[in-house]
Design a protein around this ligand. Structure first.
Ligand SMILES: [Zn+2]
Length: 492
């Protein structure tokens, strides 16, 4: 949301530091992907996180009990249960709420930040912001009740790596939300007798920090997503609202937290990925409980389908149906370390007609792209809806928006979906169409959850019986596929 973007604009332009080698991956807010530790928090396995409440006198004090509950495992709609659900219980955060750090006056210079508020497009805010973060860490450490050392139980290899698993700050003052690669920008005190780089507290490095303001803990659900490497999916331009259906997209930071979109779950390896080959009639279970992601097409441009509707989360989605996303991994893919400000100012979903993750609405009217709010009953694929190829092979654009499974360039793909039926129990029957050959070879990684499709209808094998959407290949067959074809999906 716009207020949340205030601080994103910080001094972003002012500190356009030269990047190092180009190591691009656009799911990565901090730009570099395989860099758990210095640039992002681990997103699989157990993790020890910290929230530091910061109270500035004169603003509404925290309700500590409410805050502690939101970050405990006991709140069914809280932070922990959200990430447990979204990750299909592959990520297990435990959050310590630190002693409240109290400032008698605003920790930002009053002359520059009247009312302690960070104004939009304030290019001078970054350096005072870094100083404020440093002071908060200093005071939190002095208050005790925890040690930064306890915050490192996970890392790139799934174990302690010298980097904190995740640190968040929540202020009661109007400090907009941001996730900041502190270590990249820091040229001052590292709190360990040194200068520059990450802070080092109790021997543990803190390289990045997520911040929320106005006492709204829901903002930290989004900002923490950045620490996991996720990028913003709302639109910074005023052309439209950006991506609905995602915690990183358009959401008013209330208790109707959206699940991550299918591409986000797929990339974080939080989904059960099914790849479609040939004609396949299946039952798609709700994403919230099954983690199912159905992928149509291969390479850098493909489509993802998931079953979305109201549950414990996704309260904004008032009707149940299949959400269809057109993913284009070539959109704004280039990036360099530290250039996260580029994607903050020019987010990947800014162009409604050529976004990284485009929501294809079932009614074919593209009214969300025309800046209208979702009309869920007609925008999700429900009974009678279908999607498929078009003979109009002119390139897709805002002035030539053809509702079809053709690529942005206009080429036919052989993909489609039809015979949708939403069952009373929330499961959805559908028949998918995809080319029969060459669909089953791609992998996200070599081994582990989410690396390979849990099902793919390979043409050479006996077709599975129709009507069964959750056919699991025998584990040995999956393992054989994984080891036989060590291919990565993307070239990034
Ligand atoms: Zn954000």
């Amino acid at each position: 949301m716009r207020w949340q973007r205030n601080v994103v604009r910080l001094a972003l332009l002012a500190l356009a530091l030269p990047g190092q080698g180009a190591r691009a991956d656009y799911m990565d807010h901090f730009v570099v992907r395989d860099d758990v530790g210095p640039h992002k928090a681990p997103s699989l396995g157990k993790a020890e996180l910290l929230v530091i409440p910061v109270e500035v006198k004169g603003f509404r004090p925290f309700d500590r009990a409410a805050l502690e509950r939101f970050f405990s495992a006991d709140d069914p709609k809280g932070f922990v249960q959200y990430y447990e659900t979204a990750s299909l219980h592959r990520y297990h955060p435990h959050v310590t709420v630190a002693q409240t750090v109290v400032f008698d006056t605003c920790p930002l210079p009053e002359a520059q930040f009247p009312g302690c508020a960070v104004q939009r497009a304030d290019l001078g805010a970054l350096l005072p912001g870094l100083e404020m973060i440093r002071e908060v860490m200093r005071r939190a450490r002095a208050l005790g009740g925890f040690t930064f050392g306890q915050l490192d139980v996970n890392g790139v290899a799934g174990k302690s790596d010298g980097w904190a698993d995740g640190v968040m700050i929540l202020t009661n003052s109007p400090f907009g939300g941001i996730a900041l690669p502190f270590g990249f920008y820091n040229t001052g005190d590292n709190l360990n007798g040194g200068t520059g780089g990450p802070m080092i507290l109790d021997g543990t490095r803190v390289g990045h920090v997520a911040i929320g303001g106005s006492g709204n803990a829901h903002v930290l659900v989004h900002e923490f997503g950045h620490l996991l490497g996720l990028t913003d999916l709302y639109a910074e331009s005023d052309t439209y609202r950006g991506l609905d259906l995602s915690v990183m997209g358009s959401w008013p930071y209330d208790d109707r937290i959206p699940l991550p979109d299918a591409e986000t779950r797929y990339r974080l390896r939080w989904g059960n990925w099914h790849q479609v080959a040939g004609t396949r009639t299946v039952v798609v279970q709700p994403a919230e409980t099954s983690g199912e992601v159905w992928r149509l097409g291969t390479g850098q441009e493909y489509w993802l389908v998931e079953n979305r509707g109201p549950g414990v989360f996704d309260g904004l989605v008032t009707s149940r149906g299949l959400a269809l996303f057109h993913v284009d991994r070539t959109v704004k893919l280039a990036g360099e370390e530290g250039r996260f400000q580029d994607r903050s100012l020019n987010p990947v979903n800014d162009d409604p007609w050529r976004s990284y993750i485009m929501w294809v609405q079932a009614d074919g009217a593209f009214h969300v792209q025309h800046d209208s709010p979702p009309d869920w009953e007609f925008d999700l694929f429900r009974d009678g809806d279908s999607w498929g190829p078009s003979d109009d092979t002119a390139p897709f654009s805002g002035t030539h928006a053809v509702f079809s499974s053709n690529t942005y360039a206009g080429a036919k793909t052989g993909l489609g979906l039809h015979d949708v039926k939403v069952r009373p129990d929330g499961a959805i029957e559908v028949t998918f169409e995809a080319p029969a050959d060459g669909q089953c070879d791609e992998r996200l990684c070599d081994q582990g959850d989410g690396c390979a499709p849990v099902s793919c209808q390979a043409p050479a094998t006996t077709p599975p019986r129709s009507g069964c959407g959750t056919v699991l290949l025998p584990p040995l067959a999956v393992a054989a596929l994984v080891w036989a074809r060590r291919r990565r999906v993307s070239a990034s």
